[in-house]
Write a protein that binds this ligand. Structure first.
Ligand SMILES: N[C@@H](CCC(=O)N[C@@H](CS)C(=O)NCC(=O)O)C(=O)O
Length: 359
């Protein structure tokens, strides 16, 4: 780096789930960067969509979609690595990413908008962030509408709270002994999970109290991820090691996430059977899926993007040879992820620029 070098820019917000994911990756890699409060008009102009975050590079490229952003960061700055070398650990990362980016929107929207106290605080915070209470309330109203789209309804509240308790208790147990999900080094899994756990649970008032009151090992992990420090980290777990505490986390995630993810993907596939045209962009939402979360029915909009995220997991899993797959199946048996790994999509989506199109 020298004084004439331009920084990478991360355009996002502290309250944004996906900004938290990208931030952890960029800090861990010690990339010369600055954070900018997102200017949605600029983002719309550059990407054609209003999603945050966006990364702009010193060469003037724009990167959008954190999964893609992290892939690009890893390719451009391979050291220190975020993606572990063994197939099992890569798959663990992809499953945690699927849970965090997809399912965890339900608990994340619940912690933000599911109590009067959190909602009132968030409205004030949005106002402060956007320059006026009026603007804050406009943004908040849009987000409250999205809450129902991801199944964070008041009726589902108790089941979602029970899920958050299970997750925090599994994470607490793991982080009592390990600094990060995969051992002594940050990975893609930590970046992804920081999205909901830092971006929402830790910045929303009521759940923040819950973390500070009952989950100090998780808070310590949040601090480590957000401030990775320059003094070096240790190693990931050896070879194919998945300690019981990590397996328990995967089981909490899989049992909650796999049923609704599969139901959403089945809706997308049924829609695509009738309507998909190669090279064409599907609508964002094509139905409404239902599944059980701990015995309570939750329902969510079926988004085509959910098939794209599942492909990321299946591409890794299906590239394994039979021996590797057998060993991974053994490790993941009983975690709830099995039906997703066994699924064979009839349709495929890919990116054309920033858009999803049928391949
Ligand atoms: N897949 C995208 C999702 C980004 C995303 O949904 N960002 C949220 C803010 S954290 C957003 O912009 N939501 C606006 C919307 O859903 O319309 C990514 O990984 O970057």
């Amino acid at each position: 780096m020298n004084s004439t070098e331009q920084p990478f820019q991360l355009h996002g917000f502290d309250v944004s789930l996906f900004t938290a994911k990208a931030r952890v990756a960029m800090r861990y890699k010690q990339i010369f960067m600055e954070e900018k409060r997102a200017d949605i008009r600029m983002i719309l102009k550059k990407t054609g969509m209003a999603f945050i975050p966006v990364v702009t590079t010193p060469e003037g490229e724009t990167w959008q979609d954190t999964s893609d952003i992290l892939d690009r960061l890893e390719a451009r700055f391979p050291s220190p690595p975020l993606y572990p070398p063994t197939p099992l650990h890569r798959l663990v990362c992809a499953l945690v990413e699927l849970y965090s980016d997809e399912f965890a929107l339900t608990p994340a929207m619940h912690t933000r908008w599911g109590t009067e106290e959190s909602e009132a605080m968030t409205r004030l915070r949005f106002g402060a962030m956007l320059g006026s209470l009026e603007r804050g309330n406009v943004a908040a109203d849009q987000m409250v509408a999205l809450r129902y789209g991801v199944g964070a309804s008041p009726e589902a509240g108790p089941a979602i709270d029970a899920h958050i308790d299970l997750l925090l208790s599994a994470l607490n147990e793991h982080f009592e002994t390990h600094d990060y999900l995969l051992g002594a080094r940050t990975s893609l899994a930590d970046c992804a999970l920081m999205g909901p756990v830092y971006g929402h649970f830790y910045t929303d008032l009521v759940s923040r109290r819950r973390l500070l009151g009952t989950a100090i090992p998780v808070v310590r992990w949040i601090e480590f991820c957000n401030m990775p420090g320059a003094d070096g980290q240790g190693d990931w777990f050896a070879e194919d090691e998945v300690p019981d505490s990590l397996r328990s986390i995967l089981a909490v995630m899989g049992k909650a996430a796999a049923p609704i993810q599969l139901a959403m993907v089945e809706d997308v596939e049924a829609w695509a059977d009738e309507n998909a045209k190669i090279g064409e962009t599907p609508p964002r939402i094509v139905g409404r899926a239902k599944a059980s979360l701990g015995g309570t029915e939750i329902s969510r909009d079926s988004q085509c993007y959910s098939l794209f995220m599942l492909q990321r997991v299946l591409d890794l899993y299906n590239a394994l040879d039979q021996e590797e797959r057998c060993s991974i199946d053994g490790t993941l048996a009983g975690t709830g992820w099995e039906p997703l790994l066994a699924y064979h999509p009839r349709h495929r989506l890919k990116k054309r620029g920033f858009e999803l199109v049928f391949a």
